[in-house]
Design a protein around this ligand. Structure first.
Ligand code: NDP
Length: 277
């Protein structure tokens, strides 16, 4: 029987460990989330992030500029927040409207307040193994593997997906934990063969139930990062029936990686505030 890797339980552990660190501040850390426009999925994500702040006693603020905002106006907002010592974390919720140069905005966030870990300075620190704020989803996966005592060193890890926010940083973190890492993407020839080599298979593709029986080595640990809405239902990137049948342990969708992303956002916010002291 495969072990179900319970992201909610690990989230609760992480939040419980953060609570005394938040309480130790004379004035609680503050996270500011910038949500442009009214994308329904983004609204749910932001609501969940703010709810997690409330649980921990982290101060939070949501800024909701109009969907017509320009790059320059958004840069001015970010610069104001950068200069405000009361603000410890800045999160620009993606996607931004098409007229906004998202890269310029993300690069404007002060690296020390970049709680999403997307700034090139933090990406560079990740690559070189220097301390810095790490992207939340992949660092959440590492926490999950660590807390379930899943060995990484010397094992073959295959990451499907090479985005800047999930696939690439995931692969680097696994490499730093001494896995032998393969990164697959849309141009990989014979994806199934590559995936079947994996002791640890991470799916971060964005295609509902795309990986199935032919991709999973029996006994592998399968981490399903995917969050796809199909007819209003949330599904992962891996066929849940085959994942449960073939793997030795797996993350369900929902209830696997999703909760960890928010926990690591809280962790990054507390860290950013501690480092600002
Ligand atoms: P992106 O769309 O940015 O990247 C998807 C990656 O998958 C790309 O590298 C792409 O390859 C690769 N890919 C697409 N199709 C195939 C294919 N047929 N075969 C192999 N590789 C393929 O997505 P994200 O990385 O942002 O997100 C991935 C998934 O994770 C999504 O479902 C997203 O919703 C979810 N997600 C979940 C989070 C959570 O908290 N649980 C947080 C963030 C994301 P190429 O580069 O060649 O185009």
């Amino acid at each position: 029987m495969a072990i179900i890797l319970d992201g909610k339980m690990i989230r609760d552990q992480i939040l419980a460990e953060l609570k005394p660190r938040v309480a130790a501040f004379a004035r609680a850390p503050q996270l500011v989330v910038i949500l442009v426009g009214d994308n329904p999925a983004s609204q749910v994500y932001v609501k969940n992030k703010i709810a997690a702040c409330e649980v921990l006693g982290i101060r939070s603020q949501k800024l909701s500029p109009a969907v017509s905002i320009t790059t320059e106006q958004l840069l001015a907002t970010v610069n104001q927040l950068n200069a405000d010592p009361e603000v410890h974390g800045i999160l620009v919720q993606l996607p931004l409207p098409p007229q906004v140069d998202a890269m310029r905005v993300l690069e404007a966030v002060a690296p020390g307040k970049d709680v999403d870990g997307f700034h090139p300075v933090n990406a560079g620190k990740l690559l070189s193994g220097a301390p810095g704020l790490r992207p939340c989803t992949p660092s959440g996966v590492m926490e999950l593997l660590r807390r379930y005592d899943i060995p990484i060193e010397g094992r073959k890890a295959v990451v499907v997906g090479r985005s800047e926010i999930v696939g690439k940083p995931m692969a680097i973190l696994l490499l730093q934990a001494n896995a032998t890492v393969t990164i697959c993407h849309s141009r990989t020839s014979n994806l199934a063969e590559e995936c079947r080599r994996a002791d640890i298979l991470v799916a971060a593709i964005g295609r509902a139930e795309y990986l199935g029986e032919e991709h999973i080595q029996p006994g592998a640990v399968v981490i399903d990062v995917g969050m796809n809405r199909v007819n209003g239902r949330l599904t992962g990137d891996v066929d849940p029936v085959e994942m449960a049948r073939l793997s030795s342990a797996y993350t369900p969708v929902p209830g696997g990686v999703g909760p960890l992303t928010i926990a690591m956002l809280m962790s990054n916010t507390v860290r950013a505030a501690e480092q600002a002291q």
